[in-house]
Design a protein around this ligand. Structure first.
Ligand code: HEC
Ligand code: HEC
Ligand code: HEC
Ligand code: HEC
Ligand code: HEC
Length: 228
């Protein structure tokens, strides 16, 4: 008498053997895949906010731009004229450090760079994908302060990325830039200025848009403005 199917011991059919490697790959792969995707998605290089690499020299913006009050443009000389904000060459540091702190260990890589002519390899922090067009000049000549996109650099011992720099974040401002603009008599590098800091002289957002002849909102949001 043959047994009912449910009374027989369960056996995989022979062809199932061929499936086994696939199952193993799927299970093991899955174990790695999920943390990898989640991990990469959450890592600072991808979301970028908070990305704060250790630089070859412990240069402090809090000291130089904050306490000593050196203007950003003393070092980032191209920021008003070009898309790219130049990172200062060693020579800029040596303007002062040939005389100041000449024995400092922290400055040893700067002296070595000066002696050899090999530039310091600063690690880039803010980095848009190559398919995005961005220009510093377009922003800082139209009343957008450094603080809008970089936060309180003048308080950072070590620079980190303060804002997402994502498409949604760019568009948040491009939809309605007026409230983000500062009057022409306020330097874009002034980190202490806020719209409420000097209400009597303050121009309205609408006046600022007109003063700077800002493009209309359709242009500001058009794909080809940032993807060209
Ligand atoms: C004395 C020179 C000097 C001054 C003044 C200065 N910086 Fe810098 N800045 C540097 C150097 C050197 C680096 C590269 C090392 C680092 O990231 O700290 C840098 C890096 C940066 C970065 C990050 C660049 C990247 O890799 O993404 C930003 C943003 C920045 N500076 C903004 C500012 C702003 C805003 C000010 C004014 C409040 C300012 N800096 C003043 C020298 C200077
Ligand atoms: C306008 C003058 C000036 C310039 C330009 C300048 N520094 Fe300085 N730096 C100073 C002063 C002043 C101090 C503080 C010295 C002290 O505390 O006694 C200092 C301190 C430092 C220190 C700390 C040294 C220590 O032993 O703690 C480092 C590191 C440093 N600077 C790096 C740089 C780098 C890198 C650059 C170029 C990107 C640069 N500085 C450009 C004036 C300058
Ligand atoms: C509208 C936003 C915005 C403003 C305003 C702005 N930045 Fe930037 N900054 C960026 C972005 C985005 C990057 C990364 C650019 C890239 O990867 O192509 C960047 C990069 C930099 C860098 C690294 C070099 C480079 O160009 O990639 C420096 C230095 C810098 N900014 C300094 C400044 C200073 C100084 C000011 C004010 C005078 C300023 N930025 C104003 C958004 C801004
Ligand atoms: C805080 C406000 C603000 C933020 C944030 C901002 N922008 Fe702008 N953007 C402006 C203003 C204002 C102008 C000047 C518009 C004009 O010239 O009419 C401008 C101009 C531009 C232009 C030049 C347009 C042209 O053809 O003249 C480009 C490209 C651009 N932005 C890209 C970006 C990208 C990419 C980001 C994000 C990484 C960004 N912007 C973030 C306010 C902002
Ligand atoms: C104000 C600037 C700006 C405008 C306007 C803009 N983008 Fe983007 N876009 C960006 C930035 C910045 C990124 C990079 C985002 C990142 O790295 O997280 C991006 C990324 C993208 C990506 C890559 C996919 C992704 O999500 O990372 C696509 C696709 C894209 N944009 C399509 C468009 C289209 C379509 C339009 C018009 C409807 C448009 N963009 C308008 C700034 C802009």
């Amino acid at each position: 008498m043959t047994k009912e199917w449910y009374e027989q011991p369960f056996v995989f059919p022979k062809w199932a053997n061929y499936l086994l490697p696939g199952v193993v790959i799927a299970v093991v792969g899955g174990l790695f895949y999920v943390p990898t995707v989640v991990g990469l998605g959450a890592s600072p290089q991808m979301t970028a906010v908070g990305y704060q690499p250790v630089q070859p020299v412990p240069y402090s913006h809090a000291l130089h731009a904050g306490k000593l009050g050196i203007d950003c443009r003393y070092c980032h000389t191209t920021v008003e004229k070009a898309a790219f904000a130049a990172i200062p060459p060693t020579e800029t540091c040596m303007n002062c450090h040939t005389n100041i702190r000449t024995q400092s260990q922290a400055l040893a890589p700067i002296r070595a760079s000066w002696a050899t002519g090999k530039p310091v390899e600063w690690i880039k922090i803010h980095d848009l994908p190559h398919y995005v067009y961005f220009s510093h000049e377009a922003h800082v000549t139209h009343g957008v302060g450094c603080i809008e996109c970089h936060g309180r650099i003048d308080q950072m011992e070590r620079v980190y990325q303060a804002k997402p720099l994502s498409m949604g974040w760019c568009l948040d401002c491009h939809r309605d830039p007026g409230p983000h603009l500062r009057p022409k008599n306020v330097a874009v590098t002034d980190m202490n200025w806020t719209p409420s800091a000097n209400p009597p002289e303050e121009e309205s957002p609408a006046e600022l848009l007109k003063d700077y002849s800002i493009h209309d909102t359709a242009y500001m949001q058009s794909c080809s403005t940032c993807h060209r």
